[in-house]
Design a protein around this ligand. Structure first.
Ligand SMILES: [Ca+2]
Length: 250
């Protein structure tokens, strides 16, 4: 905070300049909280709380938005909760009147009855205005949706892990020769052969995965003559729901 004095014959006026301090060390920091909720069933909402370290003397505003990516991680590292499938993408501005240190907003999310891994997405805060903020690098929090469904295997069935390290697998198909072909949403077709996930992708398609909702590599099919010609066809949906037919693969 810096101040300027203007002195005239009639009066003395103190002007407080609101904004980054001279030394880049503001006096206010904001403390966002993660949100943890059980998944439940149907449509639910989760609340995020943002707290200021001290009551502001002016109106303070801070923007927020949900995000599938985290600016501190590579773009390929995506949140496991999917926008518009697991939660409703949300953004807005929190307004703190003078004296207010806490504001909230909610995000709608969707539960189901399937046994599945827990999911999360990020919330990014930015553009703080109205006070001299001290940035501590804690502008990002997570919304955790904990699966609360019991195992729903039919009698006689059990779960067995066959591969790890896959990046957003979307579809898997057994080839007639016994190999398991797995689609990764960002365009890789991976193969499990002899119980082992081959490290090199069978093929990488250049697909549009900007929002990863209903985009990317979503399926594959084998040529009816696969046993003799080994041809495989990969299918990917683009954001505009166009269908990309990949070149004939071997
Ligand atoms: Ca579930």
């Amino acid at each position: 905070m810096r101040s300027n004095f203007f002195i005239s014959a009639a009066s003395a006026v103190l002007l407080l300049t609101i904004g980054p301090s001279v030394h880049g060390q503001g006096s206010v920091f904001f403390n966002p909280s993660n949100s943890f909720v059980p998944e439940g069933n149907g449509t639910n909402s989760m609340t995020f709380v943002l707290t200021l370290s001290q009551p502001p003397t002016n109106v303070v505003t801070i923007d927020y938005q949900t995000s599938a990516t985290n600016p501190y991680d590579p773009p390929s590292y995506r949140a496991s909760a999917l926008a518009n499938i697991d939660y409703v993408p949300t953004n807005g501005t929190l307004t703190f009147p003078p004296g207010s240190t806490s504001q909230t907003f909610t995000v709608i999310f969707f539960g189901d009855i399937l046994k599945e891994p827990d999911k999360y997405f990020w919330v990014i805060y930015g553009n703080p205005a109205g006070a001299a903020f001290r940035r501590l690098g804690d502008e990002i929090v997570s919304g955790y949706i904990f699966d609360d469904d019991p195992s729903n295997f039919l009698p006689g069935f059990k779960a067995t892990e066959i591969a790890t390290g896959l990046n957003f697998p979307t579809r898997m198909e057994f080839a007639p020769d016994g190999r398991l072909f797995i689609c990764e949403q960002e365009g890789n077709i991976r193969i499990v052969k002899g119980g082992q996930l081959l490290q090199t992708a069978f093929l990488t398609l250049n697909v549009d995965t900007e929002d990863l909702a209903e985009a990317g590599l979503l399926g594959l099919a084998f040529d009816p003559g696969f046993v003799t010609n080994q041809r495989t066809i990969g299918l990917a949906a683009l954001r505009q729901m166009e269908i990309l037919r990949a070149p004939t693969l071997r």
